[in-house]
Design a protein around this ligand. Sequence first.
Ligand code: HAM
Length: 417
Amino acid sequence: MTIQAVRGTRDILPDEVGAWHRVEAAARELFARYGYREIRTPVFEQTELFARGIGAETDIVSKEMYTFADRDLSSLTLRPEATAGIVRAVIEHNLMNSDPALRVYAMGPMFRRERPQKGRYRQFHQVDVEAFGFTSPTIDAEVVELALAFLDACGVKQRELVLNSVGDSSCRPAYVLRLQQALRELAPSLCGDCQRRVETNPLRVLDCKVPGDQAAIDTLPRITDHLCAPCGEHFAEVRRQLELLGIPYRLSHRLVRGLDYYVRTTFEVTSHELGAQSSILGGGRYDGLVKDLGGPDLAGIGFAVGLERLVTLVPAGEAGARCDVFLMPLAAGALDSALRLQRLLRDAGLRVLLDPEGRSVKSRMKQADKLGARFAAILGDDELGRHVWTLRDMVQSTQADVDEDAILEHIKRRLHG
Ligand code: HAM
C-alpha cells in the first residue's frame, strides 16, 4: 500500500507555491514599513505554556492539541498558535527592555486536531503579528488597519471586518455571571455542547453555530452593554479612529474568539468566498497574558492570518517561465560544450536547463515550450563543425547562428534590449 499524507495535512505543490511566496513577500515588505521585525520560535513548547496561555477550558487546549511525552516524560505540545510562544520568548529574552517599540511578526505551521474540512486543517500556516507595551487605543486601530492593509497588498477584496470588545477583569466577570444566569434558564433548549459550556465557559456559547440555538442566543445579555467605563471609553476611541481612517466594520457582540487571553478589543476578518470556515484572520488585545506567563505587566495586541484560507482568495499570478535558455546538445560530443555553456550562462544569472536524457528533438522542443524558455540553443553535427550554436528565440520565432563566445552577450541584448 502506498503511504499518503496524514489526514488534515496537505502538500503545497510547486504549482501552488507562487501564491505562498507572494503573500509571504507582501507580509515582509508591509510589516517592515510598520516597524515589525521577524521572530522565529520553536514549533513545540512545554504543554503548560499553552494550557496557561490559551486557557484550559478552550476547545484548543481541551480537545485539539498534539501533546506527547518526551523521552524524559516531560509533556510537549506542537504549537496550536503563535502568540503564547512569542510571549514566552519576549519574557525569556527580556525583549521589552531592549526594544522601545516591540513589534514582531512570525510565519509558520501551527497544529490543531480539528475535524478536517475545506479550509480547516490539522497542520496549517499562520502569519502572526504582535505589538507589546502599548495600552493606547491608537495601537488597536493601527493593528486592525495593518491587518486590512495586508489583505489589500495580497489583492483580497471581498471581506468584512467584525469588531467587538470583551471587556477586562474589572467588568467581564460580572457580565459572565449574568450571562451564566440567563443561560441556565435557556440551557434545556440548547445543544449539548452549549449545555456543557454554560458551566465551563459560558462566553463560548456566543460562538455556537448550531442553527436551532441562534434565536435563544440572540436574547442573551450583550457584553458591550456591560463594559466598565475605561473599557467603554477605550472601545469608543478605537471605533472613532477606525472611522477616522475610513475603515468600515460591523459590530458583533458575539465575537468572543476561541482563546481565553483576550481583553477589550477583539476582531476578525471574514470572507463569504471561503464557505463555512469564513475567518481569514482573527486577533485582539491580551493585556494580562505577559504577566500571567510570569513576565512584567506588559500590554499586548496582535492578530494571525490563516494562509491556507488567504491563498485561496489571492488572484492567480502568471504561471511564470522557469527557464531563459534551454540547451539542446544533439550531436555526439556536444554535451561537454553544453555543460560549459550552461555553467557560463548560470554564472551570469540566467536560468538554464538542459535535457540530459538525450530525447528526440521534438520532445526537447516541447519541454522548452512547457518550461516557458525564451531561447532554445541547439548544437547538432552541423553546428559543431562550424563552432556555432543555433539560437532560437521562442517568442519571436527567429533563429540565428551564434559563436559560442558570443552567446551570452547575444542573449543579454535580446532579453534586456
Ligand atoms: P485564531 O482565530 O485561532 O487566532 O486563528 C487565526 C486564523 O488562523 C484563523 O482566522 C484562520 O484563518 C486560521 N486557522 C485557525 N485554525 C485553522 C485550521 N485548523 N485550519 C486552517 N486555518 C486555521 C489565533 O491563533 C491567535 N493566536 C491570533 C492572535 C495573535 N491574537 C493575538 N495575536
